[in-house]
Structures are given as C-alpha cells and as structure tokens.
Ligand binder design. Structure first.
Ligand code: AR6
Length: 193
C-alpha cells in the first residue's frame, strides 16, 4: 500500500526491516543502545559488529530521541537508533513520546540528507504499546512531517507479519479519508428523561 503526501511517498509493506534497501533503516532500540532482542537483535546480527562499535561511543539515548550510525553489512548505509516508550498504562505520556520518537528519527534523517527511510513498528513488541493506537500515532506523525518537509522522498513502514500489516493498512485508510463535510446532518440523539 502506497500513498502520496505532497511530493513524498508513504508506503506500507510486510517484511523484515533488515532487508530494506532504503538509505536508512530505523532500529527499535533501548536507552543503552547496546543491543537487545526483536528488531534490535536482528539489526545487529545482520549488520555485524561495526554498528555496535559506533553505538558504544554514543553514550545511550533517551526515550523519544534517536541517534545515527553506519549500517555495517546491511544494504542500508545508515541505521537510526530510536528509543520508543515502554507502555505502562497510557497515562505516562506514552503517546507523546512515541510521536516524538518518530519525529526525531525523521529529523535525524533530514539532518543527514537521507531521502529514503524504513521504520519498524516502534514500541509494539517488547515495549508493549497497543498496536492499533501505535499505528495511528506513527502514521499521523509521519504524514505531518512529510507535509512540511519535502526533503524525505520515501517513508516505508516494514510490518512484521500479516496482522501488523493489516492494522497499519486500516489506520492509514482511516487517516487518508477526507474529513466529513459540514453539510452532513447532525446526529440527534434521543434524550432519556
Ligand atoms: N523486521 C520488522 N519488524 C520486526 C522484526 C523485523 N526483523 N522483528 C520484530 N519486528 P521490538 P520495541 C516487529 O520488540 O517494542 C529490544 O530488545 C515486532 O513484531 O523489536 O520497541 C530493544 O533492545 C514488533 O511489532 O521493539 C529494546 O529493549 C515491532 O517490530 C526493546 O526490544 C517492535 O518490536 C524495544 O521494544
């Protein structure tokens, strides 16, 4: 699934983030930047030890922020290591932090003249963020960014498995719907007395 946002494209695919040939892929990292499971484990396994060598020099990364390294043996020349929020109960600024994580990743890409970038579904694995909500936040943050920044030509979400893909595809369809017109009759609800 692919939509146009201004001059840029936003694409959803089902697949493995480590196989993407965009200029950058985003890692769903943790604040140490010293590796872990899920996307993080897969990226370091496929990319080899040179990525970790650079990560060690970065001094960690706060949730909501992102830092860049080389891509090592990956097809993508760069990895942007982004730290999403751990989901607790939705009342600890998780939504704001998740949006910030996507925004910061895109800013880091722009600062490094990166025009094509692939994201995984940050925070929806080990960090437990409900994927329906995370998909809406991820997509709307990227759409807003692309509307005001033309330097990034392609943003691809790489969803792991059919289920995750469908959740993102439904969320994107909803977000791309034109807003309801004002002429629509208002819903009159019956008041119980
Ligand atoms: N390609 C694309 N998506 C993947 C892949 C892959 N190869 N592998 C898993 N996913 P997670 P988080 C999906 O746990 O929730 C690590 O230990 C997965 O199905 O990788 O942000 C870090 O070091 C899920 O939907 O990231 C941190 O400690 C999504 O990617 C912690 O996990 C994210 O799952 C970060 O947790």
């Amino acid at each position: 699934m692919r939509v146009r946002i201004g001059e840029s494209e936003l694409e959803l695919v089902e697949g493995d983030i480590t196989e993407q040939t965009t200029e950058a892929i985003v890692n769903a990292a943790n604040r140490t930047l010293l590796g872990g499971g899920g996307v993080d484990g897969a990226i370091h396994r496929a990319g080899g030890p040179r990525i970790m060598e650079e990560c060690r020099k970065l001094g960690g990364c706060n949730p909501g922020d992102a830092k860049i390294t080389i891509g090592g043996n990956l097809a993508a020349p760069y990895v942007i290591h982004a730290v999403g929020p751990v989901y607790r109960d939705g009342k600890h600024h998780e939504a704001d932090l998740l949006a910030k994580t996507y925004r910061r990743s895109l800013e880091v890409a722009s600062e490094n003249n990166i025009e094509t970038i692939s994201f995984p579904s940050i925070s929806t694995g080990a960090y437990g963020f409900p994927i329906d909500q995370a998909a809406r936040i991820a997509l709307s943050t990227v759409i807003d960014y692309l509307k005001s920044n033309q330097d990034i030509r392609l943003v691809r979400f790489v969803l792991y498995g059919r289920k995750a893909f469908d959740v993102y595809a439904n969320a994107l369809e909803e977000l791309m719907k034109p807003p309801a017109t004002e002429e629509e009759p208002e819903q009159v609800s019956e008041q119980a007395d």
